[in-house]
Every structure is written in structure tokens, then in C-alpha cells.
Design a protein around this ligand. Structure first.
Ligand SMILES: [Zn+2]
Length: 306
């Protein structure tokens, strides 16, 4: 690819939706979307969508911004969360985060759902918070880097999730990939961030639990992650994140089976919709990824969308 084509492709891909997975393809072979935006949007709006990984309040954006993207991209419902991103996550901190989500759910019922956050280092308060937030209509658990998913402190949380048939969305990374390869850039990864190996240990211990490996498009070694997680049918992956590498979604489907691949944006809305729209998959497969797979997960706890 010469420099001019490279620059042109980079420019086009800044708008994600227009060029979901095409960076590695010859520019000349790209469909010409110029003047075809309406048709493009019709294609996008044809699919019902549930966003299985999306946040509110990580910056100071109001829920109106989520709703705006949901309307523009035909996302039926967003399952919002607000993990504790600063400090260790004291009970008053995770309760405050969940209150932000609950307020948004009340303001936009139907459009905005919620996943609660907690910190297993505070077992009693975390279990109480599950009870409180479920009572208020939340439908899953979102956890971050404070404790690894296979830490014994997580056992009572996972057991509670099994009891209530809730999926646990766990932040993840896999910078240590095949052959021990480590990314050369310092990503400031927290030492307790869960890796595929940690998910596997938890999945083996609790085969009835539903675990969601976060954002294959968020920077991990996605090939390594999918291959490692493949033998464990209770681990799902969401393809959210700003990385649109060619073949990412197709690889997840081929490795894990389509039912274990979920649409999520992680607030990278255009890229995350575009990478599924442009994936070399059938209509039926795209429908499952955008909507049916997550709805089937919600159905287990009686929280599905009709
Ligand atoms: Zn996220």
C-alpha cells in the first residue's frame, strides 16, 4: 500500500462505520460509500441490537449521549455500567457508581439497562449491592481490575451470579500472548487485570457461570484469547473496542462458535457496529451477534427484550 492510499484509508477508517474491517484490503476493492450513506444506514438499521458492554459516567458525559448513539445506530437497549476507575473501590464508591446507572435507567426505561459494579474485597457489601441493584432492575455484573476473576474472593460473587443467572462482564487483557510475547508499549495494565488463563480457571471451577471476556477490539491479543477460551463454553467474548483489525469478528465466530460472540461497543459505537456489519458472515450470524445471543443470556434470568 503506498503512502497516499494508506493515508486515505486511515482517514476513511476514522469514521469506523464506513470502513469497518477494510484496512488491509486493497483500497480499490472497497465499496464506494460516497453518496451511498443512506443505503449504508438502512443496512445498519435493519439489525436489532443489544449493547452488551457500554459505560456511562466514565467521563462527564450525560446519558443523553448514550441515547443519542442508540437512536442513530438502531441499538434497542444499552446495558450500561460504571466501574470504579480510581482508587481501590470502597463500598461507598461502588454504590455511588451504581446510583449513576440506576438514575439513567429510571430516566430512559426500555432504552437503558444496567449492570452493577462491586469490589469482592468487600464481600458483605458486594453481596448486599447485588441484592439492591437486582431489585432495581439491573441484569448483570461488571467488574474491573481490582481483583482477578479466579481469585477466591470472587467465589461468592460468582456463586451469586449463578443463583440469579447473571452474566459477569470482566475487563480483560492478553498482552502476554503466544510464546510469551509482550506488547512493547507500556499500557499501564494493572497487575490484577484478568487474563484468558484467569477466565479459564474460573470457568472450569464454575461451569454454570456465564463469563464475558471484555473487548476483543480493546487491544488484547484477540487471536490468542479466542483460541485459549474456545474449550470453555461458558465464556463469551464481546467484540467491542476501537480496534477494527480485519478478520477479528470472523475469527471469534470460527473459533468460539457464533453463539458465544456478542456485540458491545465499549462506547466505540461506530467502530463496533461497523466491524460486525462488514464482517464476512451471514445475515443470520450477524443477527445473532447483534441481538439474539445476548437476549438468550438475559432470558435465563428472565430479563430478555421482547
Ligand atoms: Zn469497558
Amino acid at each position: 500500500m503506498n503512502r497516499r492510499n494508506f493515508v486515505r484509508n486511515m482517514t476513511a477508517s476514522a469514521s469506523g462505520v464506513l470502513l469497518g474491517a477494510g484496512l488491509l484490503q486493497d483500497a480499490a476493492a472497497q465499496p464506494k460509500y460516497r453518496g451511498d450513506r443512506e443505503e449504508r444506514m438502512r443496512t445498519i438499521m435493519r439489525y436489532r441490537k443489544l449493547d452488551a458492554h457500554v459505560h456511562l459516567g466514565l467521563s462527564n458525559d450525560p446519558p443523553e449521549l448514550n441515547v443519542d448513539f442508540a437512536e442513530r445506530l438502531g441499538i434497542d437497549r444499552m446495558y450500561l455500567s460504571k466501574p470504579v476507575t480510581r482508587g481501590p473501590g470502597a463500598p461507598e464508591d461502588f454504590r455511588a457508581c451504581n446510583d449513576v446507572i440506576l438514575a439513567a435507567m429510571k430516566k430512559y426505561p426500555g432504552r437503558l439497562g444496567g449492570m452493577l459494579t462491586l469490589n469482592p474485597q468487600h464481600p458483605k457489601e458486594s453481596l448486599e449491592e447485588i441484592k439492591r441493584c437486582l431489585g432495581e432492575g439491573m441484569t448483570g455484573i461488571k467488574v474491573y481490575y481490582q481483583i482477578k476473576i479466579n481469585d477466591p474472593l470472587f467465589y461468592p460473587i460468582i456463586e451469586k451470579s449463578i443463583e440469579h443467572k447473571l452474566i459477569i462482564l470482566m475487563h480483560a487483557e492478553a498482552s502476554l500472548g503466544i510464546g510469551g510475547y509482550r506488547m512493547k508499549y507500556d499500557q499501564k495494565i494493572k497487575p490484577n487485570t484478568s487474563r484468558p488463563e484467569d477466565f479459564i480457571e474460573a470457568a472450569k471451577r464454575y461451569p454454570e457461570a456465564m463469563l464475558q471476556y471484555a473487548h476483543t477490539g480493546g487491544g488484547p491479543d484477540w487471536e490468542y484469547s479466542c483460541k485459549a477460551l474456545a474449550p470453555y463454553p461458558n465464556v463469551y467474548v464481546d467484540v467491542s473496542g476501537s480496534n477494527n483489525e480485519n478478520n477479528m469478528v470472523e475469527f471469534a465466530v470460527a473459533t468460539l462458535g457464533v453463539e458465544r460472540v456478542l456485540f458491545g461497543s465499549d462506547n466505540m459505537y461506530y467502530q463496533s457496529v461497523g466491524k460486525i456489519i462488514d464482517a464476512r458472515l451471514t445475515e443470520e450470524q450477524k443477527k445473532k451477534i447483534f441481538f439474539d445471543n445476548y437476549n438468550n443470556i438475559l432470558k435465563k434470568g428472565g430479563h430478555h427484550v421482547s
